[in-house]
Design a protein around this ligand. Structure first.
Ligand SMILES: [Zn+2]
Length: 395
């Protein structure tokens, strides 16, 4: 029997996305923090495949190809040699094969993925940017992915160009479009609501926000998008793919601006109970594509699936080893731990960080550097010591 398509699933129920690949695979030693590119699909396909399987077992309905930042210009930016070694086409091709293989082990769909490009930040214009997208899209068409996710854009202009490219290269394929912005709008000062309207106008079927902020902030942004879309007369599905980190102190650039990014974020990790709250809040707001981004591990996604088990009519396979709301603790040896086998305990817990000298919040960097600035331009060579010193002494 053929699988139900994305839009049909969204019309009749809720779709659970997968979690964050670059962050999870960086911690396991297969992705380099800095470039954040996905050459692991060629170098360590078994690691990518296992993470897909873990998310499938956690209840993910979508296997998103591990193709984040796999445009040729990003694969040869600032000393990255991935483009010379493998080519973007090869990395994208392997990603499609692995995602399809695991999707077919369950009822999941395969989503191709594209994201923001250094070519845009360099200011090289529409034609050059779309050329980068279209090279990637050819691989997704050849591999017949079920739908496309264009994600992680800080400028609405660039995501609109990406939507146009998808329409041109992949006619008839559903398009999900998500920007990495919060309620303050994009980096050119376009409001969050207006960003949603422009994505809808360009032809996206599912609209939303991914990465950069925690679930509460992403949902605050989505509320603005929902209001603006309704006002403009668009009826579109909404999509949330937030961080698995708490970011109440983040400003416009999100967690990238936090001093703990990317190697000291651990105290901010969501608990599984935070994920229950996120899933419920998103569902109540009317979001039907409920997914996740950096920091979300399989157990976080399982929590989303468990919270929405009634709505979905099933629990994920991974719940075999997880009693709801701590119920498995009935089997614990220690009586005070058995006493924690109840929902009220975990729902009301305020976990301590265990770091007596840590502040609750940080001060974001807020350099305010964005498109067109020399410091963001694509360059093939690695950042030199001299360049670094200039950054350290920057006012
Ligand atoms: Zn992310």
């Amino acid at each position: 029997m053929p699988k139900k398509g994305l839009l049909e699933r969204l019309d009749t129920g809720v779709v659970i996305g997968d979690g964050g690949f670059v962050f999870a695979l960086e911690k396991r030693g297969y992705v380099k923090a800095g470039p954040w590119t996905p050459e692991a699909t060629v170098e360590n396909p078994e690691a990518v495949r296992q993470l897909h399987r873990d998310f499938l077992r956690a209840g993910s309905d979508v296997m998103q190809t591990f193709t984040f930042y796999a445009s040729d210009d990003k694969l040869e930016n600032r000393g990255n040699k991935a483009q010379q070694k493998y080519t973007g086409a090869m990395i994208n091709q392997r990603a499609c094969e692995i995602a399809r293989e695991v999707a077919n082990e369950g009822d999941a769909l395969v989503a191709g993925g594209i994201s923001q490009t250094p070519t845009y930040l360099t200011g090289l214009g529409k034609e050059a940017v779309q050329k980068e997208f279209e090279k990637q899209l050819k691989v997704f068409v050849d591999n017949k992915v079920d739908f496309m996710i264009t994600e992680y854009f800080e400028h609405v202009e660039e995501i609109v160009w990406s939507i146009e490219s998808i329409q041109k290269m992949c006619p008839g394929m559903p398009i999900c479009a998500t920007m990495c912005i919060g309620p303050e709008g994009d980096m050119h000062g376009v409001s969050t609501g207006e960003c949603a309207v422009r994505m809808a106008k360009a032809g996206a079927d599912v609209i939303g926000i991914n990465c950069h902020f925690d679930p509460d902030i992403v949902l605050a942004g989505l509320k603005l998008m929902k209001e603006a879309l309704t006002k403009a007369g668009y009826k579109k599905h909404l999509m949330a793919q937030p961080l698995g980190f708490k970011t109440p102190d983040a400003t416009k650039q999100g967690f990238i601006d936090l001093p703990e990014f990317p190697f000291g974020l651990e105290p901010r990790i969501l608990t599984r109970w935070d994920c229950h709250k996120y899933a419920r809040d998103a569902y109540e707001l009317g979001v039907r594509f409920i997914g996740a981004c950096c920091g979300f591990e399989p157990y976080h996604v399982r929590a989303l699936s468990e919270e929405l088990a009634k709505e979905r009519g099933r629990l994920p396979a991974g719940s075999e080893k997880h009693g709801p709301w701590g119920d498995g603790l009935r089997q614990h040896t220690k009586p005070w731990v058995r006493a924690r086998a109840r929902r009220e305990y975990w729902e009301n817990l305020k976990p301590a960080s265990g770091r007596p000298y840590a502040a609750g919040l940080s001060k974001p960097d807020e350099w305010g550097v964005t498109q067109g600035d020399d410091l963001l331009k694509q360059q093939a060579k690695l950042t030199s010591d001299e360049d670094l010193k200039k950054l350290w002494t920057r006012d």
